[in-house]
Write a protein that binds this ligand. Structure first.
Ligand SMILES: Cc1cc2nc3c(=O)[nH]c(=O)nc-3n(C[C@H](O)[C@H](O)[C@H](O)COP(=O)(O)OP(=O)(O)OC[C@H]3O[C@@H](n4cnc5c(N)ncnc54)[C@H](O)[C@@H]3O)c2cc1C
Length: 394
């Protein structure tokens, strides 16, 4: 029997993860990416044990260890008065409880580790600078067309082409992603600029009225990453990201308790990027015949559980095991989406609810803060379901 061949559209974290899991399951992969040298934006990413266990199984542990940061804890604080509302240990206790680490990574570092691993495998061919403009299938083959006119054929096609997925639109019709009413500023600051602020090596989530602020270290503590989220009426700019006005960021967060105010002061005004946050409601179907979707292409999620990339990595592991179990590709794809849809939908919906919870004002915020210590047990049980999930054994 000849080696089965898959086309993967998109070399983001999802597409690269899928290329690696499928290649290790005996597939030949052609990874097609529109950019000439795919890379990630200069910002941070939290990778929880449910996803890090997949990365470790791909043999990437050592490479990740060289660039990761291991946070000690996640601290939630009130932006009104700086009070600590809850503290959840991360670090070694995550490894002991879930058998895999909780990592903070620069996106470019994680992307670089995945890309390097893909380039080292002879079964993966990378076709970059190649925008896919057409996807078609019949009962036995799939094909795609690149903007330069080149056509590729294979047995299977996976659309890992992000929130504005062409593959998704081809299968289920074009539909705009919805603006969630939130924008996020993101920035990365050399930690040396903040030495006097004495910021612990933990992730911090500050809750304020109509806004929240997250910060954590990257690259073994050399960089500090921040994400500052506020609400906004509309988003007139067509592009996905734009250079943010530092003044707006300062006006919104400059008077928050230290160290948030110090982080805003230390941020480089020329390197603060503003992102409109979009999502989509959960999809009732991901696959048709020999074509399916993965990552943001099928479940774009607000980042308020830090799970979007983790879900894409989980998808990659489950997809590979479904294809290993079943010789019939359409059946394997149906099994894949059946195993994944409920979990990813719950995370999409909870992330949306977290926007409301994080941004309470007045009495609702007061009640939330008061109830927080009593909710620790319930939160720990939810995290067991989230972080204890093992996509390698689904
Ligand atoms: C502010 C913010 C913070 C976040 N924090 C976290 C976090 O801490 N933890 C976490 O797990 N997730 C987080 N996320 C979510 C995470 O970033 C995304 O879920 C993840 O990057 C999606 O990866 P992907 O590979 O599915 O899609 P993408 O990263 O969008 O990759 C899609 C790829 O497809 C390519 N492509 C698109 N169309 C075509 C085409 N027609 N032809 C060829 N190539 C194409 C693109 O160029 C791109 O390389 C965050 C998101 C935001 C906005």
């Amino acid at each position: 029997m000849s080696t089965p061949h898959a086309l993967i559209v998109g070399a983001g974290i999802g597409g690269l993860s899928a290329a690696l899991t499928l290649a290790r399951s005996g597939w030949r992969i052609t990874l097609v990416e529109q950019t000439a040298e795919p890379s990630e934006v200069g910002a941070g990413l939290q990778i929880s044990p449910n996803a890090s266990r997949v990365l470790l199984s791909l043999g990437l542990g050592e490479a990740l260890e060289a660039c990761a940061c291991h946070p000690l804890a996640l601290e939630m604080r009130s932006a009104q008065n700086g009070r600590l509302l809850s503290r959840m240990p991360l670090g070694e206790s995550m490894r002991q409880r879930y058998g895999a680490p909780y990592l903070h990574l620069h996106r470019a570092d994680l992307h670089g580790v995945l890309l390097q691993a893909a380039r080292e495998l002879a079964q993966i061919e990378c076709v970059f600078n190649a925008r896919v403009i057409l996807v078609e299938q019949n009962a036995s083959r799939v094909s795609l067309c690149i903007a330069n006119g080149r056509e590729l054929q294979a047995d299977l096609l996976i659309g890992a082409d992000g929130i504005h997925s062409l593959v998704r639109a081809t299968l289920f019709g074009a539909e705009h992603a919805r603006f969630t009413g939130c924008v996020a500023w993101r920035g990365v600051i050399p930690a040396s600029r903040l030495r006097d602020a004495d910021i612990p090596r933990s992730a911090a989530l500050w809750l304020g009225p109509g806004a929240h602020f997250v910060h954590y270290y990257l690259r073994r503590g050399e960089l500090l990453n921040f994400v500052a989220v506020t609400e906004c009426e509309g988003w007139e700019v067509e592009s996905w990201t734009q250079k943010g006005e530092y003044r707006e960021l300062f006006d919104e967060f400059g008077d928050w308790p230290a160290p948030v105010s110090r982080i805003i002061e230390a941020a480089d005004p020329a390197a603060c990027f503003k992102w409109a946050l979009f999502d989509r409601p959960p999809m009732p179907q991901w696959s048709q015949g020999r074509v399916s979707l993965l990552g943001d292409a099928c479940h774009p999620t607000l980042p308020f559980m830090a799970q979007g990339a983790a879900m894409a990595i989980e998808d990659a592991a489950v997809l590979a095991s479904c294809l290993r179990r079943s010789a019939a590709i359409p059946g394997a794809l149906l099994e894949y989406e059946q195993l994944r849809r409920a979990r990813t939908a719950e995370i999409q919906n909870t992330s949306r609810d977290n926007k409301r919870r994080y941004h309470y004002r007045g009495a609702a915020a007061w009640a939330r803060d008061l109830a927080m210590p009593a909710l620790q047990g319930a939160l720990a049980r939810k995290l067991d379901a989230l972080y204890g999930y093992d996509p390698l054994r689904v």
